[in-house]
Design a protein around this ligand. Structure first.
Ligand code: ATP
Ligand code: MG
Length: 563
């Protein structure tokens, strides 16, 4: 590709609204162009990279027996009403105004409806179906460029099995394929246990890259390699020994005490002796959560526990249900329709302090078992930095990460909802057991750049680079340079994809800067001085290493570098 005839709109200035390096560099190198919040056009250079990623994914999906589909982005809303996901996606889902259509954020429903129509017998299973296709999600805060956009390409695949046992096989095949995809792409990644969230299901893992630009918090142990999304992470935080006394509860006046810290200070007790009450509302009933001290409620754990959506209560609701405001709430004496869930740290706690459900009053000496009704105990707390690792006791670290892929064991949630059944060997009808697996295409490219750039631009590897070689004619006024670089371009183009910077209006300096910005791994620089010695210069983008190579040795040298 001749630069003079191409569309490579490079930009010198850093775009003002792009904060993270990959976002800046993808715009500056002319890979993408923003059209609106979270909406991007893919320009030729960017689309070449995305296509390379798609090809790697396609090869690995085919190698585990995946069959490629292409499903519609426009879906009838009824299908999504049947699984209840119009509600669970909420505002994230794009609706087509005045029509019974939505723009699909994922494709479990369509896949399951196809399986329902065509899969009859266990003999037709297992199946792995995949597609590489555009998804639409009205992300509330689209940012970080194509890492979180409102329209993006995803490889999504779905496994259909007869049992959870064979689902494990399909799931493991995907896990192996995903590792190969990230290895081949050159991403440094790690795998963590993750929450299944609104997708439902029985197990899931995320493939993450460490990055300060990430929105996920990951809990890692540097000693035993425990790694988990904060959403499901647990720790071995020791429970305190509660005094075994059973003096009667005592109501105490605690004026203007609103927080746990204020309460502990006011009553001169350790923070751990205080039980905080947090209230959520589901469509069935209010839920009072009891947490120890300043422990935070982990809403992802709560979602998995409740299996239904919830929201934080309003101040008015609190007064109506408990007769008191936040800061004075507690479990003692609450009405039957309030479900009380207690975090495991407070299991069987005695002599704790809770709100009295009366403004400015607290109860001391509460024995949770004796004085209140606890409907369930569960681990619903957020793990904190430096707590002991659940498997080895070493101090845990919290880091930021970006999810590049997610694999789920869905189970039968969708097949039951849409009645996608198969007949087993005895002729009984069973729901198909499903898995769902996703990888974001643009996100892989952006995450690769997050891990491979310097102050001058992107540093591509062989697998993802939009072109193999970047040939630079230093001076297009010199007949010798024009003639030689044209000849080299023709020769190398027989075997490689080559950008040939043959522009005559720009200086050599501009060409060198653009070459570094674009980040093609090998630059070949054709200048008058080296040509006098029948040579050209090669510059390796990653190391900056330069070599002078005789013209007759150029092909062999390039072959060697491309091995
Ligand atoms: P996130 O937590 O980052 O929103 P998710 O859990 O919603 O991701 P999945 O539904 O599992 O993501 O989608 C599978 C993959 O699709 C993700 O691993 C990611 O690579 C990609 N992806 C998801 N949302 C977006 C988005 N808004 N923009 C670009 N890629 C996305
Ligand atoms: Mg999301």
């Amino acid at each position: 590709m001749r630069f003079s005839k191409s569309f490579f709109p490079t930009i010198k200035e850093i775009p003002s609204d792009a904060v993270i390096p990959s976002h800046q560099l993808m715009i500056r190198s002319g890979m993408i162009k923003p059209l609106g919040a979270g909406i991007y056009s893919f320009l030729p250079l960017g689309y070449r990279v995305f296509q390379k990623i798609m090809n790697i994914i396609r090869e690995e999906m085919n190698s585990i027996g995946g069959q490629e589909f292409h499903l519609p982005g426009l879906n009838p809303i009824e299908l999504w009403q049947e699984t209840g996901r119009v509600e669970s996606f909420g505002d994230i889902m794009f609706h087509v105004k005045n029509r019974q259509l939505i723009l699909a954020p994922t494709h479990e429903e369509v896949i399951t409806s196809i399986a329902k129509s065509h899969i009859r017998s266990y003999k037709e299973l297992p199946q792995i179906w995949y597609q590489i296709q555009t998804k639409f999600r009205n992300e509330p805060r689209p940012k970080s460029g194509v890492i979180r956009s409102r329209q993006f390409i995803m490889k999504d695949s779905y496994s259909l099995d007869t049992s959870f046992e064979t689902l494990n096989t399909s799931y493991n095949l995907h896990s192996e394929a995903y590792k190969k995809i990230y290895d081949r792409s050159g991403l440094k990644y790690f795998i963590i246990g993750a929450s299944s969230g609104a997708m439902g299901g029985s197990g899931s893992q995320e493939f993450m890259i460490e990055s300060n630009a990430g929105e996920d918090t990951i809990v890692v142990c540097d000693k035993c390699n425990y790694a988990s999304n904060l959403e499901i992470a647990t720790s071995n935080k020791q429970k305190i020994k509660f005094e075994n006394i059973s003096s009667k509860t005592e109501k105490v006046f605690t004026p203007n005490v609103k927080t746990i810290d204020q309460l502990a200070q006011f009553l001169k007790v350790p923070v751990e002796q205080c039980a905080k009450s947090v209230v959520y509302i589901t469509d069935k009933n209010p839920i009072l959560i009891l947490m120890q001290g300043n422990d935070q409620v982990n809403e992802a754990k709560l979602l998995t526990l409740l299996g239904t959506e919830f929201r934080v209560s309003t101040d008015e609701e609190l007064v109506e249900i408990f007769g008191a405001e936040t800061g004075s709430l507690g479990p003692v004496g609450v009405s039957k329709n309030v479900k009380v869930i207690c975090d495991n740290q407070l299991r069987d706690a005695k002599n704790v302090i809770t709100g009295a459900n009366l403004n400015d009053f607290h109860l001391m000496h509460v024995d949770l078992l004796r004085d209140s009704r606890i409907d369930a105990y569960a681990d619903i707390r957020v793990v904190e930095e430096n707590e002991p690792c659940i498997s080895c006791g070493n101090s845990l670290r919290l880091i930021k990460g970006i999810e590049v892929g997610h694999i789920f064991k869905l189970g039968t949630k969708y097949s039951v909802a849409l009645k996608a059944n198969y007949l087993d060997e005895s002729g009984n009808e069973n729901p198909i057991v499903m898995g769902s697996y996703g990888i974001g295409i643009e996100r892989i490219a952006a995450c690769y750049i997050e891990q491979n750039y310097d102050e001058n631009g992107i540093i591509w590897n062989k697998a993802l680079t939009p072109y193999d070689l970047h040939l630079i004619a230093v001076n297009m006024k010199s007949e010798k340079v024009i003639e030689s670089s044209n000849k080299i371009y023709e020769e190398l183009s027989k075997r490689y994809s080559v950008i040939f910077d043959d522009r005559s209006q720009v200086t050599a300096g501009v060409k060198f800067k653009d070459a570094d910005l674009l980040g093609i791994p090998i630059q070949i620089i054709v200048g008058e001085r080296n040509l006098d010695n029948n040579s050209v210069e090669i510059k390796l983008r990653r190391s900056g290493e330069r070599k002078i190579i005789k013209l007759e040795a150029l092909q062999t040298e390039i072959e060697k570098l491309n091995e």
